[in-house]
Write a protein that binds this ligand. Sequence first.
Ligand code: ADP
Ligand code: MG
Ligand code: ZN
Length: 652
Amino acid sequence: MNKKRNWWFFTLILLIFLALLIFGIVYFLNGSTTQWNIDTLHNYALTGNLQNIHMVVSNNVVTISGYLISDDGAITQFSITIARDAYNLLLLEDWFASLNSLATVSDGSSTPLWLTLLSSFLPFIIMILIYVWIFRMMMKGGGMGGAGGIFGMSKNRARQTKSDVKFSDVAGISEEKAEIVELVDYLKNPSKYASAGARVPKGVLMEGPPGTGKTLLAKAVAGEANVPFFSIAGSEFEEMFVGLGASRVREMFADAKKTAPCIIFIDEIDAVGRKRSANMGSGTNEQTLNQLLVEMDGFGTNSGIIVMAATNRVDVLDSALLRPGRFDRTIQISLPDIREREAILRLHARNKKISPKVDWRRVAERTPGFSGAQLENVLNEAAILMVREKKPIISIQEIDEAIDRVVGGPAKKSRAMTAQDKDIVSYHEAGHALIGLKLDSASKVQKVTIIPRGNAGGYTIMTPKDESVFSSIQDLEASIAGYLGGRAAESIIFGDKNVTTGAHDDLDKATNIARRMVTQFGMSSLGMTKFITMQDDAYGKTTGAYSDETAAKIDAEIAKMLDRSYEIAKKIISEHRDTLELIAESLKILETITAEQIEFINKNKKLPQEVIDEKLKREERKEKEERGEILDFSPDENDDTDPTNNSEEKDK
Ligand code: ADP
Ligand code: MG
Ligand code: ZN
């Protein structure tokens, strides 16, 4: 139906253009036969070669037409239009005298001026109308009575679907899930919340690395609440025609309002939500973003629409998006830790034929840093291998090989970790945690994990120990020592030559604090001066309103400060190396440890029970594996890739 309409439309345009073309050609040819000026005409008239002269005199032009008979008898039609000015009239008068009755003259005032004008402007008017029409079609998508605009190009790209994903299809990420469950209740009965005067978030932004289940979670909300689900990717707003984004946003929200309660899901919102800047070429993007902001402000708090968005780059988002009334809730989704990985693996193993002997904990152990999508991929690869090798069931052998494929394959760039990485990151993060533990003024450690996020290998979440607003020199120095604790631990455990690039981000932060202490807080031997520095916007360079000598002094002061804190960090770590070892060990085994577990280690100088249990299980498993008990090779299989060797290699 839509197609048919487009076809008609296309033909119509084609016909109009053809008509214009023919019109133009005729017009042009007509004109070209009479490229004479009045003098040529006058000469022909005097030699008597003209016949059937017809002259139309109107307000300001004179049109003369007729036939020219050349010497060999050929006849050419001509028609010329000349201005009705004094010179021309003089010639014409003279001419009439000689032509006598040959010419007929009619009074041109009978063709009104507007008609003359219209006939000369008509083509342009038609073309302008067509142009305006096309333009409006493009801007207004549904303008032609609903379904599609010109060639369906501005069709609303947001696909409205019913989602049948349930929360039970999402494994791991339980805290994040819990936060989202209440949205479902809201979508089911928005009026309940409205009458209670509760303000429900309009927008929920999910942030996390690719493949961690953001899209999945959004679908699960729609599926559980059983409401329509509009999904669109940020990049689709600008697909095909730039400048359509804003109208697409408008349409999408208009559609959503009609079907509320519902969910709008904008995947990869960073494609439209980038920081607005003075940069050239971001104009259309900016319009789209502005429209998005307008729409989000526009619908009432309790209108039953929830906008969910996903991104893995919250840092590039325009801060306007994160203001209250827009995406006022942000949910961080990180890569799954060992327990979560096990849950995800089990979930995706549900519909596959997998040997009951497969120990999911062990598979989870082998896949640190894998995302949910990668884990799903592992099982898929394993199933493909099973088919290829004509086996009836997936065994640990296929899974092991699938893991290697996923690590070594296209996902090489991703953050899948080797056992060695894990070792280093464990000590590094344990270093941060230990400083937090031992330095009174340092921040309190809330959670430590070796699962990578962003630039950092692992991360340690710390909060200030007290609520005070101001920081003392001591506090700041302790923070610097805390940041340097990771590198200090690496250097003490692995030796100075083996430290890694993992501390890159820490050094940034430590240096920043030190720089501000020197230049802004008057906390160095350079005294109380506040050194004015200016951020050079274009290049992100910092220039200061001080001499080069002062700059050198500042740098030296910063270096001194960092060195001092580094020494403190090293001292603490050497003194409490046993605690460091225990924390690192716990990290290697559990991947994520809590404040309580760290506290326990600190107090009792031994591993928490959870770690000991897990370790025992792991050793048992290894023994069994060595005895070949939990390997389920098919009897006829004679493969030289022995997974036992494999895993030993990795565990070094
Ligand atoms: P993202 O949108 O965060 O990039 P997706 O939601 O598209 O990731 O996840 C891709 C696939 O990975 C999902 O379809 C699902 O099969 C799997 N997956 C990712 N995270 C999980 C999880 N927590 N539980 C179950 N499956 C997951
Ligand atoms: Mg996604
Ligand atoms: Zn670090």
